[in-house]
Design a protein around this ligand. Sequence first.
Ligand code: PLP
Length: 390
Amino acid sequence: MDVQNQFPSFKDKVYFDSGASSLTPWPVLKKMEEFYTLYRANIHRGDHALTKKASHEYEEVYSKLARFFHADEGEFINVRNTTEAVNGVALGLDWKEGDEVIVSDFEHHSNLLPWLKLKEKGVRIRVMASDAQGLLAPDALSLLLSKRTKLVAFSACSNVLGASVPVRELAKSAKDNGSLVLLDAAQYVGHHPVDLRQWPVDYLAFSSHKCFGPTGTGVLYHRAGAPLEPWFLGGGTIRTASLDSYELIPTRERFEAGTPAIAEWIGLGAAIDFISKTGHEKIEAHDKELIVSMLGAFSNMPKVSLYGPREARQKSSALFAFNAGKLPPHQTAIMLDQLGFALRSGHHCAIPVTTKLGVAGTVRASLHLYNTVEQVQKFADVLGKLSQMG
Ligand SMILES: Cc1ncc(COP(=O)(O)O)c(C=O)c1O
């Protein structure tokens, strides 16, 4: 079966909004249906066969994540999404006045606001400046590192500019400085393989719904030995409790208070299987083809302003922010929608990026495995005509 047929399709719509959320393939939908129809029970809370089966399927996902990222199963924490994962680290570390956090200037609000909030505790936020296309110079980080740098937090791919980020080099220089590293991989996982033996990061966050999985669940990778205290407590987190004290489980369960999104977590496992079965080589090659054809299309539209890199080798994913002539972004997106294309418009939860671009917002086309070069050509025809109106 070819890849496009593995996704329930929108017959009358071309979906170019995968940066916001990717589509879900049949094997993921079927796996969640399996949970709801065959072993719908809570996990780790009883001795009957249904809860045992649900618990087994749930636990399997940690093994899949471990194989997929080349790490240990105990290093993965089930959270709601990237946003919760980043907040969890911000809340779960011990901050002292004068500590510094370094972020890039292209972060999504979810990897910015949790750090800005730490200013209330006397933490200083320093910013790595990227160039006009969102690319970081090799010394962008080293210029800022100091004894005070407690953590460096950056994304592996900007959700507005889609520029490549030298993850390994940045992580390595932060580690050499003795700092902790958090990687926001929301726009990266699902497009590229991640080998955590090669990337010296302490924390990595991503959302299931951006890599073919369901909404409502995500992952915080927490390298063994890196500091982190639970930011929520409750059922499932303790070894023992009394009316005036408790003892936490030493393993990852101490971070997973309450009943998790069980079906969604199991669905994420199916999404991981789907990516592995499809193969990263195929996904990356397809992305590359889409990037090249989109860049070619944009270069033939003089009235369209494209933001971010214009060279395929500098793009991390097929994600393009643009404005069509003088048309306001929301108007462009509404017109494109009426013409059969689903795209996001606005500030994309990264207001510092649009501010730096000097625009109120942009339209964003973000493509994935199920999109085709034919769709890009149709899109280019339509956008070329629209841009003449502005
Ligand atoms: C780079 C980046 N980080 C974080 C997020 C937040 O993801 P979520 O809304 O799934 O928590 C997004 C969402 O678009 C993103 O693109």
